[in-house]
Design a protein around this ligand. Structure first.
Ligand code: APR
Length: 253
C-alpha cells in the first residue's frame, strides 16, 4: 500500500510488536540539514558518491577526497538530531525493543538517545592511519593541512567509514541481520535502498515475516517489498506516529 497518511494498521502492528527494527539512510538526517548522497541537492561539486568514496580515488587524489570529508565533517559537527531521531528514541518507551541499523555515519541516533545502534558504514567522527592503524580524533585532523598524515609513521590518515568495494564491519552486519530476523515491525527510513549489502537488511526482515514500513517522500526499489510505503518526511511522520501510539496506549484503539 502506498499512502500519504499513516494507516491504523501500523498502530495495531506496533502495539503487538516485541521487536521493532529500524533501517535508516541519509534522508533521516536531511531535516538536520545534512545533504543526502543522491538527487541533485546531494551532489558535491558534481561528483557522484561512488567516485569519491573508494580507496582508489583516495590513493589517486587524497586531497580531493579529504576536501569532501572535511566539508561533511564540518556540516555534521554543526548538525543536531531532528524530531525524527528523537521520535525513534521515544519509541523505546512504547515497545519492548527498538534496534536501529543505520547507513549513516553522523552519530545522530545516539545523540538523540537511541540505545541500540548498529553502524553499517562506520562513523565519520573517527579516523585511522592506513599504514599502522593508529586512531586520530577530528580535532587533530581538521586543524592540520589536508590530507592528514600519521604522527607516528607518516602514513595517510583516512576517515573510519566504509567505502565502495570495502567490507562492512562483520560484527555490525551480523547483529543487523539478527535484528532484522527477529523484528515484528521493520521500518526503512530515508534510504534509496540501492547500496548493497546494507540494502539486503530490509529483505531479510521481509523474508523472516516482519511487517515492513517505508517512510520516504518518494518510492524506492524497497517499496516493492513493503506492506506500507508512507510518502513523506521522517522528521514529520515519526513524531506523529509516536504521539498517536502514546495516546492509543493510554486510551486503547
Ligand atoms: N525523510 C525521509 N526520506 C527522505 C527525506 C526526508 N526528510 N529527504 C530525502 N529522503 C530520501 C530520498 O528520497 C532518498 O530516497 O532519502 C533517500 C536518500 O538516499 P541516498 O542519498 O541514496 O542515501 P542512502 O540511501 O543513505 O545511501 C546509501 O550510499 O553513498 C553511500 O555510504 C553512502 O550510506 C550511504 C549509502
Amino acid at each position: 500500500m502506498i499512502t500519504e497518511t499513516i494507516p491504523q494498521i501500523l498502530y495495531e502492528k506496533l502495539l503487538s510488536a516485541r521487536t521493532v527494527g529500524v533501517f535508516t539512510g541519509a534522508g533521516m538526517s536531511a531535516e538536520s540539514n545534512i545533504p543526502t548522497f543522491r538527487g541533485n541537492e546531494g551532489l558535491w561539486k558534481k561528483f557522484k558518491p561512488e567516485e569519491l568514496a573508494n580507496f582508489d580515488a583516495f590513493m589517486k587524489n587524497p586531497e580531493l577526497v579529504w576536501e569532501w570529508y572535511s566539508s561533511r565533517k564540518k556540516i555534521i559537527h554543526g548538525a543536531k538530531p531532528n524530531p525524527g531521531h528523537f521520535a525513534l528514541a521515544e519509541l523505546e518507551k512504547l515497545v519492548d525493543e527498538v534496534i536501529i541499523i543505520t547507513q549513516n555515519i553522523d552519530n545522530l541516533h545516539r545523540r538523540a538517545g537511541s540505545s541500540i545502534v548498529h553502524e553499517l558504514h562506520g562513523n565519520i567522527e573517527r579516523n585511522y592511519c592506513i599504514k599502522c592503524g593508529e586512531h586520530f580524533t577530528d580535532d587533530v585532523i581538521l586543524s592540520n593541512p589536508l590530507p592528514p598524515t600519521c604522527t607516528k609513521c607518516g602514513g595517510l590518515v583516512r576517515p573510519d567509514v566504509v567505502w565502495f568495494g570495502e567490507y562492512l564491519p562483520q560484527d555490525e552486519f551480523s547483529a543487523s541481520e539478527n535484528a532484522a530476523r527477529r523484528s515484528d515491525v521493520f521500518f526503512s527510513l530515508g534510504t534509496s535502498g540501492i547500496v548493497y549489502p546494507a540494502a539486503s537488511i530490509p529483505h531479510i526482515a521481509k523474508y523472516a515475516g516482519a511487517f515492513i514500513v517505508e517512510i520516504n517522500p518518494e518510492t524506492t526499489p524497497l517499496s516493492e517489498i513493503t506492506d506500507i510505503t508512507i510518502l513523506g518526511k521522517s522528521g514529520i511522520l515519526l513524531p506523529e506516529i509516536t504521539k498517536n501510539l502514546t495516546s492509543i496506549k493510554h486510551k486503547g484503539l
